[in-house]
Write a protein that binds this ligand. Structure first.
Ligand SMILES: *Cc1c(COP(=O)(O)O)cnc(C)c1O
Length: 416
């Protein structure tokens, strides 16, 4: 379990040497990578694990095709939201029975934020950051709209927990923040912020979309109230795979989430006319999540079982540190100091969109976030130091040649 910091390499040869010595290098064979490219977008859509097609095929052809309705019991389908949740629990510092897999991040945020407001009657404000991933803000707007007098308050981006001081008063019911900022990669101090929010009597909800599978998280130690997160970014469960929801056990009995569907019922197959919430984390279910998408999650979590998160973090910081170092001549907006960054690097450039398109044509796949950020995600389980070196080199070549000025690179598709 090595987690000592890695020296930033200053030549391609040193990168090759680090790769030869990389304790995570064996994981690369677990993934099907694009044949002629360097994929720096695993923070947006994670790559395909090599074992996934077979597990999905078995689920379709054997479980669905042959065993049909008996699969619910025979193959443990009913348990999957919980068993997969338990596997994710290890990755976010939770215990078995505290995480459930279902629905999307937006829907799960709707559930826990509504529950939080109900748990803090008389408090009317929900705090968030103006620069947050917009769906979180839209949901906060929607939820507060359902409570008389409630409002969603948007703060400027936080640099530290202290920035909350001026806003945390007895009117605040809940605070919703992303641990890692989706654009800049800035990492917030979960412990300090959660403690501060609790001292003000409010509840803390973390969005882990850009931190689950990117760094070790300890929801239990920090006494977080609720958390939500993606499985299709760093966790590689597949496009639009269901998300996960964490609720601290102290809230299981009292939390009333509003989407009271049959799978959140204490006895779904008793078909009672009235709703009785399940005990425990099961009350946060609404319907059963898409079974075939759960197969993709099942496959990738088998790999994650074997990952040492301290090693993952060490390599992640080494890869982002290397890229930041190679791009020191550009406007890097991601914090340079390791304890303040997640696993991605953002560079501001007024022509970021066509530059990223030109880079993609050279086989380096990053993405662009309006208005002017080029964004590169670093996934330690399948990226090498040499690839990161080469990607930075390609970026400089694109900028130096001016090839991004070609008209075709300026055309935008529906997804950027
Ligand atoms: C990707 C992402 C989401 C996704 O939300 P869905 O409702 O699952 O589509 C939400 N929040 C953040 C911060 C994200 O990065």
């Amino acid at each position: 379990m090595s987690s000592s910091p890695v020296q930033i390499p200053t030549s391609r040869e040193q990168c090759l040497a680090l790769d030869a010595d990389d304790p995570l290098a064996l994981f690369r064979a677990e993934y099907t990578l694009p044949s002629n490219g360097i994929y720096l977008d695993g923070n947006s859509l994670g790559v395909l694990p090599a074992r996934t097609p077979e597990i999905v095929r078995r689920t379709v052809e054997e479980e669905w095709g042959q065993d049909l309705i008996t699969s619910w019991n025979k193959h443990g389908w009913t348990e999957l939201p919980f068993t997969l949740g338990d596997r994710i629990a290890r990755l976010v510092g939770a215990r078995p029975g505290e995480v459930v897999v279902c629905d999307s991040v937006s829907v799960n945020l709707f559930k826990v934020l509504t529950a939080a407001l109900r748990m803090r009657p008389g408090r009317h404000a929900v705090l968030g950051e103006r620069e947050s991933f917009p769906t979180d803000l839209y949901i906060a707007e929607g939820v507060t709209g359902l409570f008389e007098g409630a409002r969603s308050v948007l703060l400027p981006s936080l640099d530290s927990a202290d920035d909350l001081d001026a806003h945390l008063d007895e009117g605040v019911a809940a605070v919703v923040l992303s641990q890692v900022d989706y654009r800049t990669g800035r990492l917030l101090d979960m412990g300090e912020i959660t403690a501060k929010v609790h001292r003000a009597g409010a509840l803390m909800i973390w969005d882990l979309c850009h931190s689950a599978g990117a760094l070790p998280i300890d929801l239990t130690a920090h006494q977080v109230d609720f958390a939500v997160g993606c499985t299709y970014k760093y966790l590689n469960a597949g496009p639009c795979a269901p998300s996960f929801l964490y609720a601290a056990p102290r809230h299981h009995a009292g939390a009333e989430q509003p989407l009271t569907g049959w799978f959140g019922h204490a006895a779904p197959f008793a078909f009672e006319p009235g709703y009785r919430p399940a005990e425990g984390i099961g009350r946060f279910l609404t319907s059963f999540p898409p079974l075939l998408a759960l197969a993709g999650l099942r496959a990738t979590l088998e790999i994650w079982e074997k990952v040492d998160l301290a090693q993952l973090r060490t390599k992640s910081l080494a890869l982002t540190g290397l890229f930041i170092d190679r791009c020191a001549d550009l406007e890097v907006v991601t914090p340079g100091s390791p304890e303040l960054r997640g696993s991605q690097v953002a560079i501001r450039h007024p022509d970021g969109f066509p530059v990223v398109q030109a880079l993609i044509e050279r086989g380096v796949i990053g993405d662009f976030r309006a208005p002017d950020l080029m964004r590169f995600g670093f996934t330690p389980l399948y990226l090498s130091y040499t690839e990161v070196w080469d990607a930075a080199q390609a970026l400089h070549e694109v900028l130096a040649s001016g090839e991004w000025r070609e008209e075709r690179f300026g055309r935008r598709g529906a997804v950027t």
